[in-house]
Design a protein around this ligand. Sequence first.
Ligand SMILES: Cc1ncc(C[n+]2csc(CCOP(=O)(O)OP(=O)(O)O)c2C)c(N)n1
Ligand code: SF4
Ligand SMILES: [Mg+2]
Length: 298
Amino acid sequence: MDELRINRDIPSENLVTGGHSLCSGCGPAIGQRLALLALGPKTIMINSAGCLTLVPTHPFTPYKIPWIFEAIENGAATGIGIRAALRALGKGDDWNVLAYIGDGASYDIGFQSLSHLVERGDNVIYICYNNQNFANTGHQMSAATPKKAITNSTPMGNPFWRKPLAKIIAAHGNVYVATASVGYPLDFMNKLVKASKISGPKFIDLLAPCQPGWNYSPEKTVKLAKLAVDSGAWPLYEVVDGKFRLTHKPEKLKPVREYLEHQRRFQHLEEDIQEIQNWVSEEWNQLINDNFWEAKEY
Ligand SMILES: Cc1ncc(C[n+]2csc(CCOP(=O)(O)OP(=O)(O)O)c2C)c(N)n1
Ligand code: SF4
Ligand SMILES: [Mg+2]
């Protein structure tokens, strides 16, 4: 099947059983469920040190698929190794190797390993579940934290620009790159359906709100993940064979204030909100004019 259609083709087999120790409203947990629904049971999943490795209680896991927990630097390298092991066992590309790895691991500590995976061209789906902070260690800033957001290591607001990881990975060439959001499940799952058919590296940066890290009330996870996209703060796109394409184009963007005001990590902002609005609008204008490489990412 090339594309999943709502209310018609969504697979019903949930590959995560009940019960986990994550926060209520955990965005990364929603993203993981969606990813496994899209990819199906012939998937081997890797999680590196972070919140998602809290889910299993060793030696048990809640997954109905093979799963491996590895060191934070090694998510991509583990994917390379599993693909090599599958080859040695004579098993083919009908198995998905999925690295579902945090932003701290992807943008920062395991960046080298991710770059190497893409350079080598191994057939691995790498999803960065991007909750925009080092959550598991107490919500420190990562290179994915947006500028001006409060974290426990940036109490006055993050002074740095987010690292443009999707662009950096796309610049390697010969890689499928996409952004996604847990607020737009069909867009995300369809990107995975497409990715699973491409034999080579795939990188998806998945926005996944983190209730205590972003400091909002837990029932708002999906609403925030939608508002991020609808305000232009998290554009949804893909880069295939070096060609950029927006996959979701709101007719009119919502004011970015509507996205920020629910999150206490931005509660200190007053006139700075206009500055953020200007950055987001500027980026959006570049993207709708296909100037992907010029657009500065918020
Ligand atoms: C080399 C190394 N440095 C630091 C740590 C401590 N550590 C464990 S989990 C974690 C947070 C990872 O953040 P991220 O990848 O964003 O995942 P999240 O916690 O947000 O799920 C850190 C820093 C580690 N395990 N290994
Ligand atoms: S701290 Fe954030 S990422 Fe970790 S379990 Fe809670 S909501 Fe999920
Ligand atoms: Mg994180």
